[in-house]
Design a protein around this ligand. Structure first.
Ligand SMILES: *Cc1c(COP(=O)(O)O)cnc(C)c1O
Length: 378
């Protein structure tokens, strides 16, 4: 008998999602608009506070629209955290703009403010002030967002916060996704809440939200016939998917509590293991949803010098999923020609980091299984 697979992060329904889907069917709102879309946006606005939210078909779509709204055009520079998922960077190239990748700092694993300043100055020295900065709150950990915001303000550069992994995280009690000119959320299947697929653009004012919805619905001018003065996109969220989102919002805080418990679980599990550090908040101002818990291994200090790949294989043998950290964009074949500013923080994290099962739906039995495999390995 083989044991059931334990995933890094899998969908976790709260129970009320189907009710919202049923009402969509009852009212025949089977469309990329409707009461669930409006309701889901209201829920997110209430949760984040002081922001206007447009529900979209994916986090990637939200990033793409944020760049369009920032006025990014062909051959513009956009600075982007290198240590991230490719979806943070791909939309830069959709517009023919050029990414410049920036290294991380070791405390939050996110964009390093010092390297960011160097990158801005590098772009300016090349006769082009960057149009936008994309900062990511990786694995739910808030970036050094205050410093980054101050820097962007001083140069008057649009700040885009990729909070796809950080719904419910905050810095100094302010929600991630609400610091920048734009925030991005994702509700993909593996995120802290899911709509099966979906995303949102967080805007500072109502006019920007309305403009993003205009662009997301094919940029149709006000006329009885179909008239277009601009290029649009088909990026709105479906009313069915938004129904799942409304149900998920009811359990978001429970999901965060469970994920934070998983982080404590790993801290306890690894506390006597030499050469292993569980990723945690650097100070009390940082509040992470701990979307994924990750460890950093120093193989020169572990017993028998075990490394991340050895542990990954030991877990895989027992049908437990784990995964190396995001491979930095400046090391990806597809971005080999893009400039990179920084040192080796991101590449060292990639070399020695491992994400562990972190889902809010892991049972006590799952945890016992994980603990047994890891204890035996150690
Ligand atoms: C998931 C993710 C995205 C993309 O979101 P989708 O909804 O899958 O398009 C973007 N950035 C980061 C950091 C992500 O983890």
């Amino acid at each position: 008998m083989s044991l059931e697979k334990i995933w890094l992060s899998s969908p976790h329904m709260g129970g009320k999602e189907l009710d919202f889907i049923h009402s969509a069917f009852d009212e025949n709102w089977i469309a990329p608009l409707g009461p669930n879309v409006i309701g889901f946006e209201k829920d997110l606005e209430k949760y984040l506070g002081d922001r206007h939210v447009a529900a979209l078909s994916s986090g990637t779509a939200a990033l793409h629209l944020s760049l369009v709204l920032a006025g990014v055009e062909r051959d513009d520079f956009v600075l982007c955290q290198s240590m991230t998922f490719s979806a943070s960077a791909n939309p830069i190239t959709y517009l023919g703009a050029k990414p410049i990748f920036v290294d991380s700092e070791p405390e939050t694993w996110n964009i390093c403010p010092l390297a960011l300043k160097q990158a801005i100055d590098f772009a300016i020295a090349n006769h082009k002030k960057p149009k936008a900065v994309i900062v990511v709150h990786l694995y739910g950990m808030p970036a050094k967002i205050q410093e980054i915001k101050t820097l962007c303000d001083s140069y008057n550069i649009t700040l885009i916060e990729d909070a796809a992994e950080a719904l419910g995280s905050s810095y100094a009690k302010q929600a991630c996704g609400t610091f920048g000119d734009f925030g991005i959320l994702s509700f993909n299947g593996n995120k802290i809440i899911t709509t099966s697929g979906g995303g949102a653009l967080v805007c500072k004012d109502k006019a920007t939200k309305e403009r993003s919805i205009f662009l997301a619905t094919q940029a149709r001018d006000a006329a009885p016939h179909y008239q277009h003065s601009e290029i649009g996109y088909n990026y709105r969220l479906s009313n069915i998917a938004a129904g799942i989102g409304r149900g998920q919002m009811l359990v978001l805080d429970e999901h965060i509590a469970a994920r934070r418990k998983m982080n404590e679980f790993y801290r306890e599990l690894f506390k006597d293991a030499g050469g292993v550090e569980v990723f945690k908040e650097p100070t009390e101002e940082y509040y992470s949803n701990h979307w994924l818990s990750a460890i950093l291994i120093d193989p020169t200090k572990t017993k028998r010098n075990w490394d991340k790949e050895e542990l990954r294989l030991a877990l895989e043998k027992e049908n437990i999923e784990s995964r190396p950290l995001w491979k930095p964009m400046h090391l990806q074949p597809v971005f080999k020609d893009a400039p990179f500013v920084g040192k080796t923080v991101a590449s060292d994290l990639f070399a020695n980091g491992l994400c562990l099962p972190s889902g809010s739906n892991l049972t006590d039995a799952d945890k016992l299984r994980i603990a047994a495999v890891i204890k035996k390995f150690l």
